[in-house]
Design a protein around this ligand. Structure first.
Ligand code: NAD
Ligand code: TYD
Length: 342
């Protein structure tokens, strides 16, 4: 099924841009608006071809800003909220922006989803809200036990969503996925950081003993699940999304070195992250019952992903150096201000 018109917040970030690209490709009749404030993590290059082609309407704005949200959301049938502060290490240094965007921003979006009577509001959340697992799988009813300020802020957003579904009957659904990997992921995150460091001959800084596990899902498999939950999910319900592919970080680091090929890089064990969650584990039968199943094999997708960073060196070098901002200034700033980003 295709939606007539969607608003994708955070559509210039990693998962949001992959989602926008998938929707634009597979649903040619769906009108797509992206609302993104372009924080350090928002990169217009990720969707610039679609903006240039007139396929995506881009609005630079903050999800905490009522005026920007009302303007962007007007006419949207479905809202997908990908916008968030997302990096655990940053949240350990400073949590205020996480609370402002992930809680306050979500609240602001929900208010307008209610007022404008959108047909569906999809909150993109994370397995991290359940906290670290001792080996048991968490289902959607498991208690929330966040282990760091990022996951605590995501819990706040999730709970506000559930409250709006219950109190005002806003047609909310929540997806909680495991760790994503794929193209366009910010280089501060594990897989792109290690891949690009290996290409630069730099060390790969592994936290603690390197035996923390993450259950990796290819980004497009998650995007398909999100679209399906939007279509078939039940209001007020949560859907876990995972493939059951837990890997110790050390193994993933070794795989990256193998795929990058000959390199002078070394894996170095560094002081552990504060409060580092040992592993996340999800039961995802509920989303499978809606008809979802992953299409991607982890080994193949890892090889393809590393290849993407090898082939798109200019992209990540501009992210690492900060030059991607100049791209925005040069190509879009004036045009967007005049409302003509073509
Ligand atoms: P990201 O950091 O790559 O992108 C976030 C985007 O949101 C950026 O484009 C940024 O500019 C934008 N943004 C941030 N604050 C904003 C604000 N106040 N107003 C408007 N835009 C703002 O994040 P990601 O990895 O793509 O994650 C997207 C969503 O998926 C997040 O909600 C995250 O919690 C969730 N999630 C991510 C993962 C993962 O592995 N990356 C796993 C599970 C869930
Ligand atoms: P990350 O990509 O930050 O995602 P999250 O913490 O949200 O799961 O990290 C994934 C795993 O990789 C996590 O266990 C922390 C580890 N890690 C390192 O060992 N070194 C690093 O430099 C980074 C960024 C992460």
């Amino acid at each position: 099924m295709s939606f007539t018109s969607i608003l994708v917040t955070g559509g210039a970030g990693f998962i949001g841009s992959n989602f926008v690209r998938m929707m634009a490709r597979e649903h040619p009749d769906t009108k797509i608006t992206v609302l993104d404030s372009l924080t350090y993590a928002g990169n217009l290059e990720n969707i610039s071809d679609l903006i240039d082609a007139g396929r995506v309407r881009f609005v630079k704005g903050d999800i905490r800003d009522p005026i920007a949200v009302r303007a962007a959301m007007s006419g949207a049938e479905v809202v997908f909220n990908f916008a968030a502060e997302t990096h655990v290490d940053r949240s350990i240094e400073e949590a205020a922006s996480f609370i402002e965007t992930d809680v306050q921003g979500t609240y602001n979006l929900l208010n307008f989803a209610r007022e404008l009577k959108v047909a569906r509001y999809v909150q993109i959340s994370t397995d991290e809200v359940y906290g670290s697992s001792d080996g048991t799988d968490f289902d959607e009813e498991s208690p929330l036990k966040p282990g760091n300020p990022y996951s605590a802020s995501k819990c706040g957003g999730d709970l506000m969503c559930l409250a709006f579904a219950n109190t005002y009957k806003v047609p909310v659904v929540i997806t909680r996925s495991s760790n994503n990997f794929g193209p366009y992921q910010h280089v501060e995150k594990f897989i792109p950081l290690f891949t690009t460091n290996a290409m630069e001959g730099k060390d790969l800084p592994l936290y603690g003993d390197g035996m923390h596990q993450r259950d990796w899902i290819y980004v497009e498999d998650n995007c398909r699940a999100i679209a399906l939950v939007a279509e078939k999910g039940k209001t007020g319900e949560v859907y876990n999304i995972a493939v059951g592919n837990s890997q110790p970080n050390l193994r993933v680091a070794e795989l990256i070195l193998k795929h990058v090929g000959k390199t002078d890089s070394r894996i170095v064990f560094i002081e552990d992250r504060k409060g580092h969650d040992r592993m996340y584990k999800l039961k995802a039968e509920k989303v499978r019952k809606l008809g979802w199943q992953p299409r991607t094999d982890f080994a193949d997708a890892m090889e393809q992903t590393v290849k993407w960073y090898v082939q798109n060196r200019g992209w990540w070098e501009r992210v690492k150096s900060g030059a991607f901002r100049e791209y925005y200034e040069k190509h879009y700033k004036d045009k967007l201000a005049r409302g003509k980003a073509k």
